[in-house]
Design a protein around this ligand. Structure first.
Ligand code: NAD
Length: 429
């Protein structure tokens, strides 16, 4: 099929590329001229494992192209996907101005029947607003359908998640676009759940809030573990082997972040409020998450006492492993907190250093993870990159002024670290 994706970011570029890989003809549109120019020249604006290779193959095969023009994208395709940002506003509600703007642009360019599919994460009932807006601004007065198709991919695993989804959710107002949506997703052999639009929109917020809840739950358990001398990893393993619970999202840490969970949680709390329900449970999820970071900072301060002019090494800046994304990253938040206390920072991330440079100032960026500890009073692990498990611990211990390691991701075994001579402080153990 001929598909256009408007918004070529983490979701749009992966979606467009994976659709092309499945045999569709795809135009990825973005208003960021620099991004499109880079992609047209064979460059990559983001790091996502396996994505560059797929982009190259599909561009070469003539199935994937990039454009600055929504007009062109709408004219040349039957189905238009919207994958633009839906950021949080100051009060936690969703800024829908990008969705509104794209709806108007699509409407202005439509001259024949189109299916307009929202892939961005939006509040329930946004589909109605998109439909109203398109109707209002479409001069040609052609027919169209609006579909909600929320995206569940995880950054860092996005290609695999897209190619092998647990399920595909398709929210519709009429049956007319269902066949086309099924055809688009047929190559992925995944269950397709067809719902009304409101339910589809709600599924995304409900799912993300539940996952955040799971993380806050295990983080709360980690506090009980620390107070009682239990080990949160053993508790998580014991809980997680119960198939009703599952082991995923039961890793205690310094808290969740990223461009989705924090904003989707606050959005869902706001939406619920507007609908007359005080979602206190989710407010508690937010509170536990914020407190988890406070506890971690407190642990560092209690151990090092005064941070002013102490040098601290920080491993990890991305909000999680396998990505260069630093939006709402707990690691960046931690760095800013340590700087506020007067600490001098030496930092490293396998992929996110370039993006971190725009948000972190006056830190030393170190290229080799094993060199970060040089002359530091302590080392902190803030992101769960698998390569950090392969740190040269002997070298790190010798490089530190004092062998103190704070592990915000529980990457190492407590007894082994103590045997190696570290003062090792992790989460819930
Ligand atoms: P992003 O910021 O990486 O990309 C969005 C892109 O849209 C940018 O390149 C921007 O320039 C472009 N854009 C904005 N307005 C435009 C317009 N009028 N015309 C053309 N392009 C325009 O955002 P993202 O992380 O890909 O997220 C997009 C949506 O998907 C959000 O609603 C997000 O909540 C949701 N989502 C994200 C993830 C994720 O892991 N990042 C997962 C699932 C869902």
């Amino acid at each position: 099929m001929k598909l256009t994706i408007i918004g070529t970011g983490y979701v749009g570029l992966v979606t467009g590329t994976c659709f092309a890989e499945a045999g569709h003809h795809v135009i990825c549109v973005d208003k960021d001229a620099g991004k499109i120019k880079l992609l047209q020249a064979g460059g990559m604006p983001i790091y996502e494992p396996g994505l560059k290779e797929l982009v190259d193959v599909n561009v070469a095969a003539g199935r994937l192209s990039f454009s600055n023009s929504t007009q062109e994208g709408v004219e040349k395709s039957d189905v238009i996907f919207i994958a633009v940002p839906t950021p949080a506003q100051m009060d936690g509600s969703v800024d829908l101005s990008f969705i509104e703007a794209v709806s108007r642009e699509i409407a202005g360019a439509m001259t024949s029947y189109k299916i307009v599919v929202d892939k961005s994460t939006v509040p329930v009932k946004t589909g109605d607003k998109v439909a109203e807006t398109i109707k209002r601004y479409c001069k040609a007065k052609v027919e169209f359908d609006v579909v909600s198709n929320p995206e569940f991919l995880r950054e860092g695993f996005a290609v695999g998640d897209f190619m092998r989804p647990d399920r595909v959710v398709v929210g519709v107002r009429s049956q007319r676009p269902v066949a086309a949506m099924k055809e688009i997703y047929a190559p992925y052999n995944a269950p397709i759940i067809v719902t009304d639009i409101n339910s589809a929109e709600l599924i995304k917020h409900a799912a993300n809030s539940f996952l955040a809840l799971k993380i806050s739950y295990i983080n709360a358990i980690s506090v009980i573990c620390e107070a009682s001398g239990a080990n949160v990893q053993e508790v998580a393993n014991g809980m997680g082997m119960d198939t009703r619970i599952g082991r995923k999202f039961l890793d205690a840490s310094l808290g969740f972040g990223g461009s989705c969970f924090p904003k989707d949680l606050s959005a869902f709390i706001q939406i619920s409020d507007q609908l007359g329900y005080n979602f206190g449970l989710l407010k508690e999820v937010q509170r536990i998450n914020a407190e988890q970071m406070e506890r971690f900072v407190k642990k560092i301060i209690e151990t090092l006492w005064v941070l002013k002019n102490k040098t601290i090494g920080v491993l990890g800046l991305a909000f999680k492993q396998n990505t260069d994304d630093v939006r709402m990253s707990p690691a960046i938040d931690l760095c800013l907190r340590l700087q506020k206390e007067g600490a001098v920072l030496r930092v490293h991330d396998p992929r996110a250093m370039e993006k971190a440079k725009s948000v972190l100032k006056e830190v030393v960026f170190v290229d080799d993870m094993n060199e970060v500890a040089e002359g530091c009073d302590a080392l902190v692990i803030a992101t769960e990159w698998p390569e950090f498990k392969r740190l040269d611990l002997e070298r790190v211990r010798k490089a530190l002024t004092h062998p103190i390691l704070f592990d915000g991701r529980n990457l190492f075994d407590v007894e082994e670290m103590e045997r190696l001579g570290f003062i090792y402080k992790s989460i819930g153990r």
